[in-house]
Design a protein around this ligand. Structure first.
Ligand SMILES: Nc1ncnc2c1ncn2[C@@H]1O[C@H](COP(=O)(O)OP(=O)(O)OP(=O)(O)O)[C@@H](O)[C@H]1O
Ligand SMILES: [Mg+2]
Length: 263
């Protein structure tokens, strides 16, 4: 199988959410292996961008405009789900509540948001699900019902779901929001391991201090536009942070992690 030249290639895209035009002439490319942090204020368009990649949103069809995923204009959805794992607030909120932790992970193999009685779940699939739970160190959640899990437990099961196909690429939208410190760093450690294994991660976050050192590219989104795009060292500066978040901010660095505080 040939390696795709682009994970994501958005050119001149217009995207509506309901009646609101969120993107107008939006362009961005991400190569496989080019893990990227997407940063921007609330409402900037980060989740909209990630939803273009997960095919939850489509651009307006027009000349001189495309959204290509893994080099394809019209990727087959179930193939895409095997190649690109997703964890997002919408997925977490919309998930069928009465599924076990093991069921959450196995549902990834069916590309569904729960497991339903009409779906045939094979012993091999259960075996793969248990393996993923074990890899993530959450075997204890196998029989826990989703709606009875904490936010962090749900999130870790959803990460298992995203990983069940062993995809090369992951979309993580605000993966640590609502997690306590322990859960955050546990989750981050897992993300770091995945990056070290060579997975490409597109991460939308507000938490600058949670950008893993392995992610080197940072894209700033503001008001539906790419404000700046470059290497983390050049991007996460006092000047840029102050401009992006419209308040005086100061950046410090420790062990490859960045921290932003009011100046
Ligand atoms: N379901 C929706 N219907 C209509 N407009 C929406 C919807 N979801 C988002 N929007 C609008 O689209 C714009 C971009 O939203 P988006 O969710 O992409 O922002 P974001 O950068 O992810 O913000 P946040 O940091 O709050 O998650 C915002 O102006 C928002 O109000
Ligand atoms: Mg968002």
């Amino acid at each position: 199988m040939t390696t795709p030249s682009m994970l994501l290639d958005i050119h001149n895209a217009t995207v509506f959410r309901d009646n609101k035009k969120v993107f107008d002439g939006f362009s961005l490319t991400v190569e496989p292996g080019q893990s990227t942090a997407i940063i921007g204020p609330n409402g900037a368009g980060k989740s909209t961008l990630l939803k273009l990649l997960s095919r939850e949103l489509y651009p307006v069809v027009k000349d001189d405009s495309h959204v290509r995923i893994l080099d394809q204009d019209r990727p087959i959805l179930w193939e895409l789900r095997e190649k690109i794992g997703l964890v997002s607030p919408d997925l977490q909120q919309g998930f069928v509540p009465d599924v076990s932790g093991l069921g959450v992970v196995v549902s990834g193999l069916h590309n569904s948001i729960g497991l339903f009685h009409y779906q045939d779940v094979t012993e091999d699939q259960l075996c793969r699900g248990r393996q993923v739970l074990e890899e993530l160190g959450i075997q204890n959640l196998a029989n826990r019902i989703y709606r009875k899990m904490s936010t962090g437990q749900q999130r870790r099961c959803l990460l298992g779901r995203a990983l069940v196909h062993n995809p090369d690429h992951l979309i993580l939208d605000e993966p640590t929001s609502g997690l306590d410190l322990n859960a955050t760093y546990h989750y981050l450690n897992t993300i770091r391991q995945l990056l070290q294994q060579g997975k490409t991660i597109l991460l939308a976050t507000h938490h600058i201090h949670e950008i893993p050192p392995e992610i080197e590219r940072v894209v700033f989104i503001e008001d539906g536009k790419v404000l700046a795009d470059g290497h983390k060292e050049d991007m996460l500066t006092d000047e840029w942070m102050t401009k992006l978040f419209k308040m005086p901010l100061k950046v410090s660095i420790s062990n490859g992690f960045y921290q932003v505080l009011p100046a």
